[in-house]
Design a protein around this ligand. Structure first.
Ligand code: GDP
Length: 196
């Protein structure tokens, strides 16, 4: 469904992002959640986004332009344990500066590994997004690793957690980079949002 995806720029400075002249969709999640694989699956390219060799390697804001009509952004992963607190704080600043200031950010896709129960860091991050009125959706990744029944059960358990803090649930999508689950749905979601 995506015809062309092209890398534009990597940087650590929000001011150096491309001009906010078209809709933008960013992807974020804990390191190793499957973000690079999901981006590659969505655009139908094997290695547009690098699949990490070691957790926490993507430390930049990476901009891609899709079909000359919208931006896809690969954000640094959050919450990995193996980096120092000062580096962690630097990332957090970078991420929050981007999220709070990027005026053309139509939706932030927060990736969650479907195998895991709700983790404090994800819930805290989602809560922070809500407090700051950032439009976001949740994408559960690696659906192929569990059966359909477990997938549904885990998503349901997660939504129970979310309902404790939210009256209304965000959009929820399910994906697998291995079998292509969610590709159509996520791209349709973006195309619909582009029309608004
Ligand atoms: P990132 O750090 O969030 O960018 O995660 P990566 O895309 O690098 O993936 C981390 C690991 O999970 C890699 O070994 C991938 O091959 C694996 N992985 C990613 N997505 C999937 C998926 O949908 N299904 C399965 N089975 N493995 C996946």
């Amino acid at each position: 469904m995506i015809k062309q995806a092209r890398f534009i720029i990597s940087n650590t400075d929000v001011k150096k992002c491309p001009p906010p002249d078209r809709p933008e969709y960013a992807f974020i999640g804990r390191s190793n959640v499957g973000k690079s694989s999901l981006i590659n699956m969505l655009v139908g390219q094997k290695s547009l986004a690098k699949v990490s060799v070691r957790p926490g390697k993507t430390q930049l804001i990476n901009h891609f332009i899709i079909d000359e009509s919208w931006y896809l952004v690969d954000l640094p992963g959050y919450g990995y344990a193996k980096i120092s607190i000062s580096v962690k704080e630097k990332f957090q600043k970078l991420i929050s500066r981007y999220i709070l200031n990027r005026e053309n950010l139509y939706c932030l896709f927060v990736l969650i590994d479907i195998r895991h129960a709700a983790q404090k860091i994800d819930i805290e991050f989602i809560t922070w997004l809500g407090e700051n009125h950032i439009p976001f959706a949740i994408v559960f990744t690696k659906a192929d690793k569990v059966g359909k029944v477990t997938a549904a059960k885990n998503v349901a358990a997660y939504t129970v957690e979310l309902k404790e803090i939210w009256e209304e649930l965000p959009p929820i999508l399910i994906s697998s980079s291995v079998d292509g689950t969610g590709q159509e749905e996520i791209i349709s979601f973006i195309e619909n949002a582009n029309k608004t």
